[in-house]
Write a protein that binds this ligand. Sequence first.
Ligand code: B1M
Length: 211
Amino acid sequence: MSAVLEQIKEMLMKGKANDVKTLVQQALNEKIGAADILNKGLLGGMGIIGERFKKNEVYVPEVLIAARAMKAGMEILKPALAAAKVEPRGVVVIGTVKGDLHDIGKNLVGMMLEGAGFKVIDVGINVEPTKFVEAAREHNATLIGASALLTTTMTNMKEVVEALKKSDLAGKVKLMIGGAPVTQAFCDEIGADGYAPDAASAADLAKVLAK
Ligand code: B1M
């Protein structure tokens, strides 16, 4: 792999946003393809951070600064990606369920999804079940991601399952869930399509569900 792509990966993992911007521009000047800069440089670095996060080798702050560096690099790369017609892996509508105001984990999941090549539509916190479905329809989403941090609000995930089942998107859009009190057993019980325990696993799961 070219030296500049290796450097993008390294600087992204260190969270050096300005260096990542400069290096992405340098890579474009060197006529490296936008897809390679994205996949081998930016997503390559974010993928390694995700793996380290899963193994508890890095923590939330490191992931946040790597994601910020990824965003900085994307600002420079976006026009070139559009010109090269590089499509996102899919669209994910993500939000925190009705009654729940916690958004730190949800935001982290959104960042890891972007880091995995998805376009993310964040519908925020305290989201009504039907709003998830409406946003999925509006943005032609592949997946819905619902987060809950309270034992009293995780039950509202069942309503998202029902709203999706009743809609014209049933069978077309998949639903993944997560958040501290959520488990695989709960996911099976309410009939969601998948559960992930952390942000990096959520990105891996999304890749599988989006296939
Ligand atoms: Co709240 N809170 N809180 N809180 N809060 C908890 C969750 C709690 C465990 C604290 C405690 O009592 N020990 C407790 C819940 C108890 C329970 O239900 N069993 C609690 C409570 C009770 C409350 C209030 C009711 C308190 C009150 O007012 N009496 C209230 C509820 C408000 C509401 O939502 N309606 C409340 C309010 C708040 C603040 C507003 C003050 C603030 C939220 C700020 C914000 O989010 N912007 C807050 C916070 C910060 C916490 C704690 C301290 C931290 C949560 C957090 O951000 N963790 C939390 C205690 C704790 O966890 N130590 C607590 C870090 C984050 C990165 O982790 O969100 O788990 P997490 O996300 C992980 C995974 O879960 C997963 O990936 C993430 C990254 O790896 N994940 C997904 C998350 N979403 C996913 C979605 C996926 C896949 C994976 O797919 C779509």
